[in-house]
Design a protein around this ligand. Structure first.
Ligand code: GDP
Ligand code: FO1
Ligand code: CA
Length: 323
């Protein structure tokens, strides 16, 4: 049995620990197709937050509390960069984390595609699932905002696009926000292995990741959404929204920008049923949202709190039953 998971960072990484445990019980192979829209080039380094969150979490090296970056991290490089006044100072690169970005950046500079670099990094972390970036091409989520920048602008209401990391980490998503743009998506191609994995999948799971800035940029790569829709594998989504709120992160802000209600039914409707131009066959919601309806979809309720690996594996088993 082959399971493909479309995933973002922290929520997706948690989910994948459960998928890996379930796969171990039933002898399945798992491929995760990971968002790259959060990726950013800073201080000459290529940083891939979602790939790293998944790799560190599955490899046992993540800071569980913070959710991103390495456990046991120190911040000397960050302090030294700040001493030079090197911008941006609002983005924290940990010393251990920097080693990952150095290896990645030098391999990319030598001409290896991101998928091959990810495989090389995973040789150390042994995540137990195959990690594929959605694309090897440059694809970045930018956010069209207005409001004060540095306070000196003559036209404070003018719209401008900033990188997703600046929107989230620097401004905490609090600027007037108009839309998300996946820069480079039109020209991007699915990374090596992605279309084959989807074609050979027995089941496709949409992790309970942020639908707007984690899953949508994956689907924006031409060919991926089409492969999901045309594929024979059932596509089952797991709601990231429980009782009208994201468990953590910025999904509420992102959904508001799209005018989509921050509810399990709202996100299910955003993905939509495959029978009516969407991508889903079934939608799993939390027991707090039992009774949620999405026209055209089989909706089932089960506990969706990913409190530990066992609870998450049970949740995955329920999702697999929907297939
Ligand atoms: P990011 O890329 O680091 O933002 O992580 P993801 O996009 O993969 O996941 C973020 C989403 O995970 C958020 O919208 C949360 O609502 C969701 N999430 C986090 N923990 C849980 C949980 O225990 N259960 C469910 N159902 N969703 C969760
Ligand atoms: N999130 C923060 O809130 N502040 C940071 O300084 C920060 C640095 C950082 C460095 C590497 C990395 O892989 C992730 C990092 N994150 C940081 C998390 C990241 O901004 C977002 O949570 C994700 O991109 C959302 O998926
Ligand atoms: Ca993300």
């Amino acid at each position: 049995m082959r399971i493909v998971v479309l995933t973002g960072g922290i929520g997706g990484a948690r989910f994948l620990t459960g998928v890996r445990a379930y796969a171990g019980q039933v002898g399945a192979e798992v491929t995760a197709v990971v968002n790259v829209g959060d990726d950013v080039l800073l201080h000459g380094l290529k940083i891939c937050p979602d790939l790293d969150s998944v790799m560190y979490t599955l490899g046992g090296g993540a800071d569980r509390e913070r959710g991103w970056g390495r456990a046991g991290e120190t911040w000397t490089v960050k302090e030294e960069l700040a001493a030079y006044g090197a911008e941006p100072t609002w983005f924290g690169l940990g010393d251990r984390d920097v080693a990952t970005h150095l290896v990645r950046s030098s391999m990319l500079g030598a001409g290896y595609p991101l998928s091959a670099v990810t495989e090389a990094l995973c040789a150390r972390w042994q995540p137990g699932v195959r990690l594929l970036p959605a694309t090897d091409d440059r694809l970045e989520t930018h956010v069209v905002v207005s409001g004060p920048d540095d306070g000196t602008t003559d036209a404070p209401d003018a719209q401008r696009a900033i990188h997703f990391q600046e929107w989230w980490v620097r401004h905490r998503g609090a600027l007037p926000t108009h839309r998300f743009v996946f820069v480079g998506a039109e020209a991007a191609k699915p990374a090596a292995g992605v279309l084959d994995a989807l074609a050979e999948a027995d089941v496709v799971l949409l992790a309970p990741s942020n639908p707007v800035v984690s899953v949508a940029p994956i689907l924006a790569v031409p060919g991926i959404r089409e492969a999901l829709v045309a594929g024979t594998a059932p596509v089952i989504g797991i709601s990231p929204i429980i009782g009208g709120a994201p468990v953590r992160g910025m999904a509420d802000r992102c959904l508001a920008v799209l005018g989509v209600p921050c509810t399990a039914a709202g996100v299910g409707g955003l993905y939509g049923p495959r029978s009516a131009g969407g991508i889903l066959d079934s939608w799993l919601v939390d027991t707090a949202d039992a009774g949620a309806e999405v026209p055209g979809l089989t909706v089932r309720a089960a506990p969706l709190w990913m409190t530990d690996e066992a609870a998450t594996a049970t949740m995955v088993r329920t999702a697999m039953e929907l297939a």
